[in-house]
Structures are given as C-alpha cells and as structure tokens.
Design a protein around this ligand. Structure first.
Ligand code: ADP
Length: 258
C-alpha cells in the first residue's frame, strides 16, 4: 500500500538514529573507561612519586623508622598498580574472546576446591571461616580453565573481604534441577549491599564504598571480569543481598554434554 511506502523511509531513519545513539553511548563509555583507568593508576603513582621525593630529603630519608614506613606504603601502592594492570589485561583478553566460546570440558569442582585450599593456606584466620558443600562426581562444564579459576577466585575473595571476620563463607557447588547447569554459590554474612547498587556492581570501577575497596586492595574490576567470564560461558550471574545480613553470589554454568 502507499501508506507502507511512505512509512518505510521513516523507519530506516529511526533505526539509524537509534544506532547512532548506541554507537555514541559506546564511544562515551570507552572514553570514560580510559579516563577512569588512568585516574586509578595515577593516584598510586603520585603517592609513590611523593614518597621518593620525601625519602630523597636527608631529613626524612635518613631516619630508619620513617624510611621503613614510607617504603612500606610505596610497596603497597605498587602492589595496587600491579593488580590493576593485571585486571585490565585480563579484561581486554576476555573482551577480545567474547564471540569465541570455550570448547573444552573442565572439572570446575576441582577448580573450586583448589581455590578454597589456596585461600585456607594463604589467609589462616579468615580461611578457617570457609565451609564447603560440593556434590561428589559432578559433570564437567564447557569452559576456559584459567578464566573459571579467576571467576572462583574473585567471588571467594570478595566474600572473604566484604564478609565479617569470624562469620562463615559458604561455598556450594551442585547440579541444577534439570542437570544442564552447575550452580556455584558463595554466601557471606557481611554488611550486605543496598538494592540500588545491585544492578551496577558489574560495571567497571563501580564500588559501593571506594574507601573500603581500596583498604582491602580491590581494583573495582573483579565483578566486571566475572560478568564477562559468565557471559562468554553462556552462563548466568545473580547477586542477592540483604543489608545487615550478607550477600550471596550465584553462578550457573552449562555442563558439558556427556
Ligand atoms: P573490588 O575490587 O572493589 O572488590 P569488585 O568488582 O569485585 O571490586 O566489586 C565491586 C563492589 O561490589 C565492591 O567494591 C564492593 O563495594 C561490592 N561487593 C562485591 N562483593 C561484595 C560482597 N560479597 N559483599 C558486599 N559488597 C560486595
């Protein structure tokens, strides 16, 4: 009909305007990300530079107590920069592989157990709070072992960091009801997260409390890395939290066909 013919150009115009807006939004996000990453690196770098100058001054540099305190801070700041650069590199690698899903069967239960053992060994006190519930003989998931290790490590570390010392961190890995997925869940009894923050937690550099994140050595990239890894594995991520009670992160991962 003639009506359809006259409408057609408008719909194409709307579509291209819509696409243009989407492209602009992506460019903006990219620019913001570079600005944020640079700022995150500049802050510790400025601190290190300041301490070098102070130590260069004989008044401070020759006092052993001041010297060792400043060197300690410099070591912490460089650790922070190293963690940030590592996470940035992982993020760019994972983004590059976004459309290239993993192919190999991976024993995720073993990865979770190894991560738990590592944390129990490296953080004696808080490590003792970890309780594990893993079903025996779970099927493999189709995955990337390195990325799944990173995922388990980030989620468990967050529960240890943002949970309360002396309260349990419950790690569970079970089959979903249909058996098509594995359900990995980590629950802590920390301060929890207010509902308005929940949808934004996987944004790069989004933190509920930046002071606290910095204090515990966070980069602000952990959950964004986890979200990318879950998406690449065609999985599902859910974060549930109650302020004053604690947080549970659940991840579903498709199992490998037998
Ligand atoms: P970070 O390096 O800051 O820990 P993440 O991306 O891992 O960054 O997490 C983003 C933010 O989400 C954290 O800064 C913290 O505010 C919040 N968060 C993550 N996990 C938890 C948790 N288990 N309990 C409370 N808050 C959490």
């Amino acid at each position: 009909s003639t009506q359809a013919k006259t409408l057609f150009p408008y719909t194409t115009l709307f579509r291209s305007l819509h696409e243009l807006t989407a492209i602009r939004a992506m460019e903006r996000m990219r620019a913001d990300f570079v600005a944020n990453a640079s700022h995150e690196l500049l802050t510790p770098l400025a601190a290190v530079k300041g301490f070098i100058e102070t130590l260069d001054d004989p008044a401070a540099g020759e006092d052993p107590a001041t010297r060792s305190r400043f060197l300690g801070i410099m070591a912490k700041e460089t650790d922070r920069m190293q963690a940030l650069v590592r996470d940035l590199m992982s993020l760019s690698r994972i983004e590059a592989e976004k459309y290239d899903p993993p192919q190999t069967p991976v024993d995720f239960a073993q990865i979770v157990m190894e991560t738990v053992d590592q944390l129990r060994n490296s953080q004696k006190d808080r490590g003792a709070d970890i309780a594990v519930d893993i079903t025996a003989d779970l099927p493999a998931v189709i995955g990337d072992a390195g990325q799944l290790r990173q995922l388990a490590n980030n989620i468990l570390n967050n529960a240890m960091k943002y949970g309360k010392d002396g309260t349990p961190v419950l790690v569970s890995l079970v089959s979903s009801r249909s058996g098509a997925m594995l359900n990995f869940a980590v629950a802590d009894e920390g301060d929890g997260i207010a509902p308005e923050h929940l949808p934004r937690l996987t944004e790069r550099f989004y933190r509920v409390d930046s002071g606290r994140s910095r204090l515990v050595g966070g980069t602000g990239l952990g959950l964004s890395l986890v979200k990318h890894i879950v998406d690449r594995h065609r999985g599902h991520l859910e974060i549930r939290s109650t302020v004053g009670k604690g947080t549970t992160v659940s991840i579903l991962l498709p199992v490998s066909p037998a």
